[in-house]
Ligand binder design. Structure first.
Ligand code: ADP
Ligand code: MG
Length: 247
């Protein structure tokens, strides 16, 4: 059976201030399996970034269950969450988020240097160089991010996201700051990573890029819609062929 990476059940997120409560997510049921490429689209304010930050353990849900590779993570403390995030999740943002004071090599090495169990120097070197090769940037290891074009910076950000061999790659508008040629190249790279087995969940406004995913989700007012625009039932939202007979 295909390995389950992610399972969300009844996830809600309420942001409360003195004046009002914002129900950013209103009961999300979502399963992501090894090798999936899931795209999430929807209008501004529908909850896309909130969902990605919960998936990435940058924030905790108000209610519901969230499991990563079978481990319940919804009630974790912030430091426990940071540890799991570093081990299991890779992030690619619209705004690259590279550190200009560090070389390309050191930017990519960063997630490994934050590991609780230190990665030996030779292994770190090998993994960083392998990821640079994957994104075709081996010749820029000693550069600073601000010496590179936007497209090249996003490729470095992809290498940084990959270096820890994450269970899940979370991608938020990866082409938002790129021209169409560089955007297409970054998307081709993500698509190829998925073909080679990387599990991807991507937020995008661009229907062409959303179509590259194997599963397209539409979010509206904090709920996942089906193709007709109606909220999915809990049952229907589970990926097909997962129900084991005899239950
Ligand atoms: N930290 C926050 N505090 C209060 N409200 C928030 C916060 N983050 C997001 N929201 C609200 O939650 C809703 C969903 O936001 P968001 O997930 O950023 O939407 P999207 O990424 O789809 O544009 C919006 O109404 C937004 O204003
Ligand atoms: Mg957003």
């Amino acid at each position: 059976m295909q390995q389950q990476k992610i399972s969300m059940r009844g996830i809600t997120k309420v942001f409360a201030t003195d004046e009002m409560e914002t129900h950013a997510l209103r009961g999300i049921d979502l399963q992501i399996f090894a090798g999936d490429f899931v795209s999430i689209c929807g209008p501004s304010g529908c909850g896309k970034s909130t969902l990605l930050s919960l998936l990435g353990l940058l924030d905790m849900p108000t209610e519901g269950s969230y499991q990563i590779e079978g481990q319940e993570v919804s009630g974790l403390s912030l430091s426990e969450a940071a540890f799991i995030r570093n081990e299991k999740i890779g992030f690619i943002f619209q705004s690259f988020n590279l550190i200009d004071e560090l070389t390309v090599f050191d930017n990519i090495a960063l997630p490994l240097r934050y590991r609780r169990n230190a990665v030996p120097k030779a292994e770190l070197q090998e993994r960083v160089m392998a990821c640079l090769k994957t994104v075709d940037m081996s010749h820029r290891a000693g550069h600073r991010p601000n010496q590179l074009s936007g497209g090249q910076q996003q490729r470095i950000a992809i290498a940084r996201a990959l270096v820890g061999s994450p269970a899940l790659l979370l991608v938020d508008e990866p082409t938002g700051n790129l021209d169409s040629k560089n955007g297409d190249a970054v998307m081709d790279m993500l698509s190829e990573l998925n073909s080679n087995g990387t599990t991807l969940c991507m937020v995008t406004h661009d229907p062409r890029y959303a179509d590259m995913a194997s599963r397209k989700l539409h979010l509206l007012d904090g709920r996942i819609l089906d193709a007709d625009g109606t909220p999915l039932s809990q049952q229907a939202q589970q990926a097909p062929l997962r129900q084991v007979a005899g239950h």
